[in-house]
Design a protein around this ligand. Structure first.
Ligand SMILES: [Ca+2]
Ligand SMILES: [Ca+2]
Ligand SMILES: [Ca+2]
Length: 327
């Protein structure tokens, strides 16, 4: 059956070549990868699971949040969905977290005064931050890791942080749109075995700083990709706008594009001038209307003037680094 199929393809290719056309379909995997000329490293297929699950929900249900490793054609090993500090870093305080039975109706029910303050500058301004990420964040201020999300995948939660710092200061955030099928960028959802999940990040800070289109956002992991010709790079943007975001039941051979994150990307003096500006997304696009972890504190999110941001593709970009300089 396969041989017959290949013969048909070859014959139709020859026919197309004779007709002066180039066959546009049915490229095999190897032909596709060798044709790719972008700056990413490409992997294909499912990663090897190296951590089964980072998080057990004590009260309710959560998606399995695993960690995987996958090797590219040059032998380089990539961690998916992304390297992170979930097991070692200080955790953010939960605003809302169902697994821990923390379910206040609003900010008035939260003991904000008990949230610990991370000192960056002894004589700095004390700043409170309110954060919602789909699915996971790690927050740095002036290169110092302040706190990480308590729930890597689901259920959706929200967080509060406090730190003391002098202006100007730099906010740097790693955000991860987690995945069930490690290396493939997909989850079982909406009736498909391989549904590409989406991301989204919103935050406001008590000094008036809010997420918006003046932040910078760069992606370092794009998946799933079923046709590498849909990837392009323009002015520092790693674009996937012509790649499909449809779900499928046959996503096992999907490609993924990886870029190495700079070791000092979170530092205050890191040169991020090549990074694109963030793309804004509406609450409807992110789909937060049914999420109490967001809606119960909406006055601290869109109500405070913040908007959802991500890199250019909120569905396919799964590891995104954000930066913002508070003047
Ligand atoms: Ca989370
Ligand atoms: Ca995704
Ligand atoms: Ca997600």
């Amino acid at each position: 059956m396969i041989t017959q199929h290949k013969n048909i393809f070859t014959l139709s290719s020859i026919a197309l070549l004779l007709a002066g056309c180039t066959p546009s379909t049915e490229l095999t995997a190897s032909e596709n990868v060798s044709d790719y000329e972008g700056s990413a490293s490409i992997t294909q297929g499912l990663a090897k699971t190296v951590e089964e699950n980072l998080f057990e929900c004590k009260n309710g249900r959560s998606r399995v949040a695993g960690i995987g490793e996958i090797t590219d054609a040059n032998g380089k090993v990539w961690t998916v969905p992304a390297k992170n500090h979930f097991t070692t870093a200080p955790k953010a305080i939960d605003l809302y977290e169902e697994c821990a039975n923390i379910t206040p109706q609003g900010i008035g029910d939260v003991d904000v005064s008990s949230v610990p303050v991370t000192i960056i500058d002894e004589d700095g301004e004390e700043i409170t931050g309110y954060i919602f990420a789909d699915n996971y964040f790690e927050l740095y201020i002036n290169g110092q890791l302040i706190a990480v999300d308590t729930v890597p995948f689901t259920p959706f939660n929200s967080s509060i942080v406090k730190f003391k710092v002098n202006k100007p200061y730099t906010i740097a955030v790693k955000v991860i749109d987690w995945e069930e099928n490690l290396g493939l960028g997909t989850e079982n959802n909406r009736g498909k075995a391989h549904h590409p999940g989406d991301g989204g990040f919103i935050a406001s800070f008590s000094d008036g700083t809010v997420t918006g289109p003046d932040w910078q956002a760069q992606t370092f992991y794009i998946a799933p990709i079923y046709d590498l010709t849909c990837l392009s790079e323009v002015d520092g943007k790693r674009l996937s706008d012509t790649c499909t975001t449809e779900g499928t039941d046959n996503g096992e051979n999907a490609y993924a594009a990886h870029w190495e994150t700079p070791s000092n990307w979170m530092a205050q003096d890191f040169n991020a001038t090549s990074w694109p500006l963030a793309t804004e997304y509406s609450e409807d696009e992110i789909g937060v209307n049914n999420k109490k972890s967001y809606m119960n504190f909406i006055e601290k999110f869109s109500g405070a003037g913040a908007s959802f941001i991500w890199s250019t593709n909120v569905v396919l970009d799964n590891e995104v680094l954000l930066r913002y300089e508070v003047k």
